[in-house]
Design a binder for this molecule. Structure first.
Ligand code: HEM
Length: 248
């Protein structure tokens, strides 16, 4: 039997041989885990705070700088060229506008890079140097996520932080993409046009799982960092003279 044909998606919902289908299937469980991180759960409940959002923006800035530097540098690589859409997708400039909005004109001095974010950035730069054919796994994970659940998160952010209009929310807006759904379809077909050996394809699927894990680690790290910061602030509050004075 023709192996390729038998691997196509059939009525029973089997996963086909297209990269776009395989990558979605391979990362399905990881997506559920990412959605269920503490940070994403509070996000969905509209409980994101300004402090959390500001640190998240710092992390996203580090991640997208690495991702887009590497995509730019490898733009003509045969496994990158079909999915290279800087006009439509590039996020670095929009993140810079948002950071300036929240941190002021001296934002560059105030941007922090938490440990798990640094590791994610390092992985992206390593892949860009050593295995550019794996960049598609990372571009898929971030950009298709931003064009899916990310659109809802943008609206929640605006509401939770009480922001008027689009100020500080450039990250969620893709002026070059008029229909996220149609663009996602185009992106999937471009992914499917990349010529990969079976071995390379398996490596891309594995890297996509890693990409989700790196995101989960970034979220967990932020959550931990911020709860420690809050506890410390609470302890200081308890030790403040007013707190230890007898309340006569
Ligand atoms: C797709 C929700 C977090 C990556 C989607 C879709 C929804 C969604 C509704 C569309 C599914 C479809 O078209 O079949 C959410 C929600 C999240 C969340 C509510 C958190 C609150 C994340 C995170 C990542 C991510 C953290 C990775 C960093 C993706 C990707 C897709 C996607 C890559 C495209 C799947 C595909 O069509 O192949 N998400 N998501 N999502 N999401 Fe998320």
């Amino acid at each position: 039997m023709d192996m390729m044909k038998s691997a196509r998606k059939n009525e029973t919902g089997e996963v086909g041989s297209d990269l776009s289908e395989q990558i979605k299937a391979a990362t399905k469980d990881n997506h559920v885990r990412a959605e269920n991180t503490q940070l994403m759960l509070s996000y969905q409940k509209g409980e994101i705070t300004l402090v959390q959002y500001k640190v998240l923006l710092c992390s996203l800035y580090e991640i997208y700088r690495a991702l887009e530097d590497e995509l730019d540098r490898n733009a003509s690589h045969p496994a990158v060229a079909p999915i290279y859409f800087p006009q439509e997708l590039a996020r670095v400039e929009s993140l810079e506008r948002d950071l300036e909005h929240f941190f002021g004109s001296e934002w560059r001095k105030r941007v922090i890079v938490p440990a798990a974010t640094l590791r994610y950035g390092q992985r992206l730069r390593q892949i860009g140097r050593e295995n550019p054919e794996l960049l598609v796994a990372h571009a898929y994970t971030r950009y298709l996520g931003d064009l899916s659940g990310g659109q809802v998160l943008g609206k929640i952010t605006q509401k939770s932080l009480g922001l008027s209009s689009k100020e500080g929310l450039s990250f969620f807006h893709f002026p070059g993409v008029s229909s996220p759904n149609r663009f996602k379809q185009l992106y999937r077909s471009r992914m499917n046009s990349i010529e990969l050996t079976e071995k390379e394809k398996a490596a891309v699927l594995e890297e996509a799982v890693q990409a989700f894990e790196l995101n989960i680690q970034v979220f967990d790290d932020l959550q931990k960092m911020l709860s420690v910061a809050t506890e410390t602030a609470d302890q200081h509050k308890d030790r403040s003279p007013a707190a230890v004075l007898p309340s006569s």
